[in-house]
Ligand binder design. Structure first.
Ligand code: EPU
Length: 342
């Protein structure tokens, strides 16, 4: 379906009323291929969205917004330990987690209640409570925008890092994810290292993946605002890396500063610790800080919310203010996790 002058209010979790020149929604790979071939004749700017849970539209979008409704799910048995589940990019991520937990397949339960759709989750490498989607992906199926041809990426070729992938970096905008193959466990090993998860399940001597899912949902509901009630895009900033010398200097000044060991390094850069952006923001006294209708959320300051009357510019100004204050106090540059769409 191709719509013109289409309102994106329901297509971004900040709930901003912005318009796309065109909006195209497809239900199969072949519909997408036909669309891309047609677009090649008179190329227009393309933006592919999922649930719009990681986007800040700064104004109307002068191009075509694409959205997938590919929603199949196939289970391929491999052995008595593991199973490959192939799933269409348009399924809501949490609906997929729910179905996997119902089937008893382990791997997605720590990632419960993350907003967004399966395709975007693989681009973004969503993560929570000690698990990243990269840990359970076998391969990603895509269509190349330029050629409208299929291209298959092994998990290694996806070049996953902390909230990073090849689809956000060197091949940004070049491929559209149509399906993902997940490698899940039939006899799940639970990942319970995250403090609050361990505490919630302490009385349970034999927790199941359904118990983990319930615990994750209750932690998320207690800390994070529901975008259906208060517009937001989850964590607005990434937790920053910090080099050895800087980290030691900060620790002398702020002995209680939380930090985490880094598991994924980047080329030409040897970070030693990841700091908590939420803590840095809180120390700047920014919890609850407002600009217009935009606010730093009180129980998780990593999240910026639309109180109802915010403009996209209010959110952008608040983001810049948070970055400015954190830099002034800690000499740390916070990088946004949310994509700003010009
Ligand atoms: N903290 C504060 N003040 C607060 C809240 C938190 O100082 O008001 C500090 C505490 O030290 C706390 C620490 O921040 O221990 C970590 O907080 P939390 O466990 O909420 O995790 P996070 O590092 O802030 C990341 C992800 C979340 C994910 C959680 C849980 C990023 C950018 N965010 O947040 O992901 O749910 O870990 O694993 O990595 C998202 O991406 O949208 C998202 C919500």
């Amino acid at each position: 379906m191709l719509y013109k002058n289409f309102s994106l209010k329901d297509k971004n979790t900040f709930g901003f009323e912005v318009f796309a020149k065109k909006f195209f929604e497809y239900e199969s790979e072949s519909e997408l291929i036909d669309f891309l071939r047609e677009n090649q004749k008179q190329p227009e700017r393309i933006l592919h969205i999922g649930e719009g849970s990681n986007l800040l539209f700064l104004h109307n979008f002068d191009g075509i917004v694409l959205h997938s409704k590919i929603n199949f799910l196939e289970t391929k048995e491999i052995d008595n330990q593991e199973v490959i589940v192939r799933v269409g990019a348009g399924i809501a991520w949490d609906r997929f987690c729910e179905m996997m937990v119902e089937k008893g397949f382990g791997g997605t339960e720590n990632l419960s209640l993350i907003y967004g759709e399966v395709g975007a989750a693989a681009v973004q490498n969503i993560g929570a409570y000690g698990v990243e989607i990269a840990d359970i992906i076998e391969s990603v199926e895509t269509i190349e925008v330029k050629t409208a041809k299929n291209r298959y990426f092994t998990v290694k070729e996806c070049e996953y890092g902390y909230r990073e992938s090849v689809f956000k970096k060197s091949k940004k905008g070049e491929f559209i994810v149509t399906a993902i193959n997940f490698r899940l466990q039939k006899n799940p090993t639970l990942k319970l290292e995250y403090g609050a998860l361990k505490t919630l399940l302490a009385d349970n001597s034999n927790p199941t993946i359904a118990d983990v899912r319930r615990a994750v949902i209750s932690i998320r509901e207690s800390k994070l605002p529901n975008p259906k009630i208060l517009g937001n895009a989850g964590s607005f900033f990434k937790n920053p890396y910090c080099c050895k010398e800087h980290f030691e200097a900060l620790q002398r000044q702020f002995p209680k500063m939380p930090y985490y060991p880094v598991t994924i390094g980047e080329k030409n850069f040897s970070p030693i610790q990841k700091l908590s952006a939420a803590w840095l923001i809180e120390q700047c006294g920014l919890k609850g800080h407002k600009i217009g209708g935009a606010q730093v959320y009180h129980s998780q300051p990593l999240v910026l919310v639309n109180l109802g009357n915010a403009t996209p510019q209010n959110i952008a100004e608040l983001s810049a203010e948070v970055q400015r204050q954190v830099k002034a106090k800690f000499s740390i540059e916070l990088e946004t996790e949310v994509n700003f769409i010009e």
